[in-house]
Design a protein around this ligand. Structure first.
Ligand code: AMP
Length: 371
């Protein structure tokens, strides 16, 4: 790092992603400051915690005094970023956030950038429901345009009657109806871009979900040859069209044959990239810190086969087999210091192995140890 006052990274949001960004920043000589209303913010343990609403003027003034500001959470008000942008570099900025936090706008902007998506129709009012399911292929998912995550705010629909019921159940809010995609696998890839336009990529990772929540990520993905290059092309096109500064993760559906549809994007590090913490290469967290602060960028990927299993709160409070996890060769535990609740992400286990066969065998063992 250069001489002078140590750089500081302002982060909007103080969850586990902010916690891991702050931890990745420290060895680079960078301290993090988080603006987060939750007094139990996981990031408070390793960063300066401004406990205030995201639009709090004093909190925003403290962030404006940082070297640069980023976010770890899409549901911060765009106004908070707008209020900062004339005072400090904000990466990504409010215009990109406004796109990526609204499913219909996001899909339109993805298509405008040349990416393919599932067939979709915005649903704003009751009249939009008529004929919509047929238009997207007869089977679909109705998703709220905003505030949905981890499979929340969405319903599978197979008939127009189900579609109408789902829209009422979701509160008659702005939604997107997507056609059901017969994907072969789900993969993701992140792109980092500096304010000067320098681009670097993360690894192609394969993801499996359980009840709409990410359960497992594996590197390398078992996708057909050429998939990673295609994912990079899409990621670069979106990053350039959207003038990304910072890091953007793209989730894809890979169709039989290899074509990629973008499911959704997040303008930040992502749960599917956590395995980069322990694979020996640069981590996604360091990549975001570097991109945001204008430090040199390079591609990042594990140097060995690596997997991640999420630790998610269970309905009956069942605990993982901690001793078993600890005894598994190549495992590393990451806990977020959050109070357990059913469906809540409480931590993850990364697993590194010398070859893919060993990784698969140990992953099978790990799956049994984490309920
Ligand atoms: P999302 O909240 O959009 O990431 O959706 C959560 C999960 O639901 C995805 O990771 C997929 O497994 C599944 N899913 C979402 N949208 C579709 C779709 N259009 N077709 C098939 N599966 C989907």
């Amino acid at each position: 790092m250069t001489s002078g006052a140590p750089p500081t990274l302002g982060i909007l949001g103080g969850g586990q992603l902010a916690q891991m960004l702050a931890l990745a920043a420290l060895p680079l000589g960078v301290r993090a400051v988080v603006l987060e209303p939750d007094p139990q913010s996981p990031a408070r343990l390793c960063a300066e915690h401004l406990q205030a609403p995201y639009t709090d003027p004093a909190g925003l003034a403290r962030l404006a005094a940082c070297t640069a500001v980023t976010l770890e959470f899409e549901n911060v008000p765009v106004e908070a970023l707008d209020a900062l942008e004339s005072r400090v570099p904000v990466r990504p900025g409010g215009a990109l956030l406004a796109r990526s936090k609204h499913r219909a706008r996001e899909k339109e902007a993805l298509r405008a950038a040349g990416a393919q998506t599932a067939p979709f129709l915005p649903i704003e009012r009751e009249a939009d429901l008529t004929g919509a399911l047929t238009a997207v292929g007869g089977q679909g998912l109705l998703k709220t345009s905003e505030l949905g995550y981890d499979g929340k705010g969405q319903r599978r629909v197979n008939s127009e009657a189900e579609l109408r019921d789902a829209w009422v159940a979701l509160g008659r809010v702005s939604c997107v109806l997507e056609g059901l995609v017969p994907f072969e696998r789900e993969v993701s890839l992140a792109v980092a871009r500096s304010a000067e336009g320098e681009v670097a990529f993360g690894p192609l990772v394969e993801n499996t979900h359980r009840q709409g929540i990410l359960r497992t990520s594996v590197f390398p993905a078992a996708a057909p040859e050429g998939t990673e290059a295609r994912a990079r092309d899409v990621a670069r096109a979106v990053a350039e069209a959207w003038e990304l500064a910072g890091l953007l993760t793209l989730e894809f559906f890979q169709l039989p044959g290899g074509a990629l549809l973008v499911n959704e994007v997040a303008p930040r590090v992502h749960n599917s990239g956590h395995l980069t913490q322990d694979g020996g290469g640069l981590s996604q967290f360091e990549a975001q810190v570097r991109a945001v602060l204008g430090l040199p960028l390079r591609d990042w990927a594990p140097l060995h086969p690596t997997a991640m299993v999420n630790i998610i709160g269970t309905a009956d409070g069942q605990q993982p087999d901690w001793a078993g996890i600890d005894a598994l060769p190549g495992s590393r535990l990451h806990l977020y210091h959050k109070a357990p609740r059913p469906g809540r992400k409480l931590g993850h286990v990364n697993l590194v192995a010398p070859d893919l066969e060993t990784l698969r065998a140990r992953l099978d063992q790990l799956e049994v140890l984490v309920p």
